[in-house]
Design a protein around this ligand. Sequence first.
Ligand code: SF4
Length: 370
Amino acid sequence: MEHGARTQNEKLDIKTTTCYMCACRCGIRVHLRDGEVRYIDGNPNHPLNNQGVICAKGASGIMKQYSPARLTQPLMRKKDALRGEAQFEPVSWDVALDTLEKRLAHLRATDPKKFALFTGRDQMQALTGLFAKNFGTPNYAAHGGFCSANMAAGMIYTIGGSFWEFGGPDLDQAKLFFMIGTAEDHHSNPLKIAISKFKRVGGRFIAINPVRTGYAAIADEWVPIRPGTDGALFMALIHELVAADAWDHEFVARYTNAAELLDMNEASDTFGLFVRNGDAPEGNALFPQNHLWWDTKTNRAVAHHTDDAEPALDGRYTLEDGTPVAPSFALLREQVGGNVHGAMGRGDHRDSRRDDQASRRRNDPGEPRS
Ligand code: SF4
């Protein structure tokens, strides 16, 4: 929407920026009249996410500037008022800063750990953390510590990597979309746009969530699992897929870390971690860790994604320096108990290769069967 000048001298301006009303950071246009924000709309030219779409919360970002209810000066609890009574009175910045200075100086001189600092979803956490650390307290946190940082840490420790919601699912290519373990509406505009397009072209959407609000409300099927059981459901699904050999071996080997070798030496400090070849040159800035595959063609460890290599997904192997290793998929198979086609012991890598090749043939309708 465009707006016109009402008088000859009125100055209109449009600033493009990103919305900070939630984590999506949609592209927005802020319309100004004589330097005052008049309204906000979505930026259709934003290169990354919302394609001009804006939600009600984003459009109401104008209230951050002009709401009569926003805090404009320090408030202090009235003398003799109790906590929770919401009895405050405005004080000057000098009074507020003097009060803080006295209290903080006392805590710092006696026990700095009694000072706990929590900040919201701001972009100053490096600075507020630095302040708390220099003050002498370990007790500081911000929004991320209760939300996204845990998601990222959990995913890094469990599946080896993390993503942020802007790297959403590739719904343009999908026919079936499962949504599980998702904070209600957290993906917001970019995902709403993608789901509406996906459903319009006949895609099927299954939401797995204890509650049926937000996305689950428009899903074709809602699976109301018990809160906290997402992990068990995932393991059960993986078990079924592995047991029925109904998974895409080629894709899993190429595009996941399933074929990467883990250190299986229980006495080692790196037991259970991916084996790294620290001496190897960094072949790809996206994969700087120099992880290894076991190449079933040459029967030796090679850098992952080496041209022409055929990575093993099962079996146990031994590196030249004597380190026992296993592809991470082999351990996943053991965990979920789907050992119909694998879960072999130490040294049986030749069988494992044949198994992988046979499975690939089974999955490839174009290849002759023996
Ligand atoms: S989804 Fe809404 S609130 Fe969140 S960034 Fe986009 S416009 Fe702003």
